[in-house]
Design a protein. Structure first.
Length: 737
């Protein structure tokens, strides 16, 4: 039976049929990229007779990967096995589970989340001469992540010239941290991407094994790839060049976490004779919304360029809501939600409220709660980051990988069994001398000096408990093991008795829900003939994203950041905080590249809306316990006035002169006197008053050096402390004199 192209437009069909060689599909917002990508996979299998085992499809969330697989099976009307569809981290972890031994890792390695990484770095820098009052473990973790995303190694840092400040310490920290990870049979998120590249560069045989396996590679959201992801893909397609990437440079919004927009901008240079297909018909937004979004993003210079259009009606103009302050803004949003639901007969789930920073959600949440409006917040306290869940997960991680000292130290005295840090410190030193794991030495506690028999018995009790469950892990299902462990370790008893009734019920309910999540995981994996082991479940939990936990069927308003909204769509969208200092963020307004990313972020937010878009800003906003006057975002001036409908007569469009001045490449002339919309000047002065998010208000007492390496001495009078901060990492906000 011939492949059915009836659901595709002409350009989508061309992109599907062009199967060999490098292909770039420029897919504008709402242009049907997922349909095109899944049709291409289906076409390869049905029409080109490609074995599903020879196809690799990579995306950025588990949710998108599962949706892609479901769509492919729907098109082909059959269950597909052997096809690899997953996230970059998931695919890389799968390779490392099989091949990690070549780099000294066993297949039961632990994946460290950010919290685990910070604890590991804290342990590492305690053994080095690093000024911890200046360089916190979290700051170092952030810097190491950026370095790894650029595919740099400790030796690369040692070769850097003019290493000062944190740069002076990073090479030794990096090297020691990697040694710690290996000793704990652990990989962090960034290593998951780096290690397969190391494997392929170390062994041509291994590289050929996977390059021959994956004869066709497809990558979704290519504009969001970083250098490590780019290099991994290049290793896989080096021989056959059958690479199809789908992306949109106008939706590149993750530069702050290492994504490199040049990967998509330079695709045709990197892959000679690449075919390019532009998906320009938008099926999502009405004409007013689409044209307004296009008008905004057209001000960017880093673009390949598309001309998005829609056959939809003009629809309703974009509604601009102006409020006296952020409290009023939240009230207006609540009122408009009420109108949409009760006047326009919308469901709550049809509506999303988007904002630039998580801090903006609080006043909006208050309005939702006080007026009994159901809402879900994406990006708040994640389920798997709740203490009670992380406690159980730490037990399970240790059972799977006894070399994991970070998980061990989290739970060795939880629930309380009288094993303190001093005792564990003695056993750690013993383990270092014996060149053994901390867990193994718990079982030899009677050999450790200065530990009493009573204390040794407690330590041995914990060791025996874990050893028992290691044996049971081969006999019990994952959910049976977890539930039995929660009971025998007394975790359940702890949460039932150590808190008030409300909190106890809430935490125990979360633990029960955790068991349900294991059952759901097992059922899905068994249905799809995939690994349903405890190790596989822990891996999925480690790689979970905010969106993977979002329930789109819940009849509730969705609250989320603009970044989290990528890939979603709603009939009604509110974008709050359209002000200088928020959108664009103050720290990004003075840099052209960062300003362009802020503009792309707004473009992403606007194109989430199908039928109705509200843009909202406040004339003042609370900051540092006082209301600060604000100005409308410069992006507001980039939307043609004909597309906007204002809710307040107080608004007067700014003059052409001001609009021109705001758009100057560096926005260097756009400096206001309030500290929300102010662009930070490049120079600090002795005697200048500043604000720091951790230490509060202070005054600069000394300056040493120049440029980003300048050392700034600040007296924080409220805290009674003096700090010497490097300008590059100081994050100081000048205060009005």
């Amino acid at each position: 039976m011939a492949f059915d192209f009836s659901g595709l437009n002409s350009e989508q069909a061309k992109a599907v049929k062009h199967t060999d060689g490098p292909v770039l599909i420029l897919a504008g917002a709402g242009s049907g990229k997922t349909r095109t990508l899944t049709s291409r996979i289906s076409y390869l299998i049905q029409e080109k007779n490609v074995d599903p085992r020879n196809i690799l499809a990579v995306t950025f969330t588990n949710k998108a990967a599962k949706e892609m697989k479901v769509r492919v099976e729907h098109i082909l009307s059959e269950h597909i096995s052997g096809l690899w569809i997953g996230t970059f981290h998931g695919i890389a972890a799968r390779i490392m589970r099989t091949e990690g031994e070549h780099l000294g890792f066993t297949n039961n390695f632990t994946i460290y989340d950010v919290d685990d990484q910070v604890k590991a770095i804290k342990k590492v820098i305690s053994t080095l001469t690093v000024p911890q009052q200046l360089y916190t473990p979290k700051l170092i973790q952030n810097q190491l992540s950026k370095i790894k995303n650029q595919f740099l190694f400790p030796e690369d840092l040692y070769n850097m010239e003019n290493r000062e400040g944190l740069d002076e310490y990073l090479p030794s920290i990096y090297m020691s941290y990697q040694r710690f990870l290996k000793e704990n049979n652990a990989l962090d998120f960034d290593d998951l991407l780096i290690k397969p590249i190391e494997l392929f560069q170390k062994s041509e045989e291994l590289r050929k094994k996977y390059a021959d396996r994956f004869k066709y590679v497809l990558v979704d959201e290519y504009q969001d790839t970083n250098k490590a992801q780019y290099l991994l893909i290049k290793e896989l397609v080096k021989d056959h060049q059958n690479l199809c990437v789908v992306g949109d440079e106008d939706q590149a919004i993750y530069g702050w976490r290492g994504a490199d927009i040049s990967n998509i901008l330079n695709f045709q240079k990197d892959f000679k004779n690449a075919a390019v297909f532009k998906l320009e018909e938008n099926y999502r937004s009405n004409k007013f919304i689409l044209d307004a979004a296009n008008a905004v993003v057209s001000h960017n210079k880093d673009r390949i360029g598309k001309n998005l259009w829609t056959s939809k009606e003009d629809g309703t103009k974009i509604s601009v809501q102006i409020s006296k302050n952020d409290l009023g803004e939240a009230e207006v949003i609540r009122e408009k939600i009420h109108d949409e639901v009760f006047t326009n007969k919308r469901s709550f789930k049809d509506i999303a409220v988007l904002y630039r920073t998580n801090a903006q959600s609080r006043v909006i949440e208050d309005q939702m709660r006080r007026n009994a409006i159901a809402y879900n917040i994406v990006g708040g306290k994640k389920f798997y980051e709740r203490k009670e869940i992380k406690d159980i997960v730490a037990y399970l991680k240790l059972i799977v990988n006894t070399a994991d000292s970070i998980s061990l130290k989290r739970i060795v005295n939880f629930p309380l069994r009288g094993v303190g840090d001093t005792t564990i410190g003695k056993i750690e030193k013993f383990a270092e001398m014996e060149e053994s794991t901390l867990f193994a030495c718990l079982g030899r506690v009677d050999e450790v000096a200065q530990i009493s028999p009573a204390m040794g018995a407690r330590v041995k009790g914990f060791f025996d408990l874990i050893t028992k469950f290691i044996a049971l892990s081969t006999e019990m299902s994952a959910v049976e093991l977890a539930s039995t462990l929660a009971s025998e370790s007394k975790i359940l008893h702890h949460y039932q008795t150590e808190y008030d009734q409300y909190e106890s019920e809430s935490r125990v309910a979360n633990i029960r829900e955790f068991f349900s999540s294991i059952e759901d995981f097992t059922a899905y994996r068994q249905e799809n003939n995939l690994d349903d082991s405890l190790a596989a479940f822990l891996e999925e939990v480690s790689l979970m994203t905010d969106i993977d936990n979002w329930n789109s069927d819940s009849n509730a308003v969705t609250l989320m950041t603009l970044h989290a909204a990528k890939g979603l769509e709603f009939p009604v969208v509110f974008i709050a905080g359209m002000e200088m200092g928020l959108l664009p963020l103050q720290r990004n307004a003075a840099n052209l590249d960062e300003l362009e990313e802020e503009r792309r972020l707004l473009y992403v937010g606007m194109t989430r809306a199908e039928e109705k878009l509200y843009l909202s800003y406040a004339q003042s906003r609370r900051k540092h316990n006082q209301f600060i006057q604000t100005l409308p975002s410069l992006f507001m001036d980039e939307i043609p006035q004909d597309y906007l409908q204002y809710s307040s007569k107080s608004y007067m469009p700014v003059s052409k002169t001001i609009r021109t001045r705001r758009r100057k490449s560096k926005i260097d002339s756009y400096i206001e006197k309030d500290d929300v919309s102010q662009v930070v000047d490049d120079t600090y002065k002795i005697g200048q008053k500043v604000y720091h998010a951790t230490f509060g208000k202070g005054q600069i007492s000394n300056l040493e050096g120049q440029g980003d390496k300048m050392k700034i001495t600040v007296d924080f009078h409220d805290e009674g402390i003096t700090k010497k901060l490097m300008k590059e990492y100081a994050n100081l906000t000048p205060l009005e004199e």
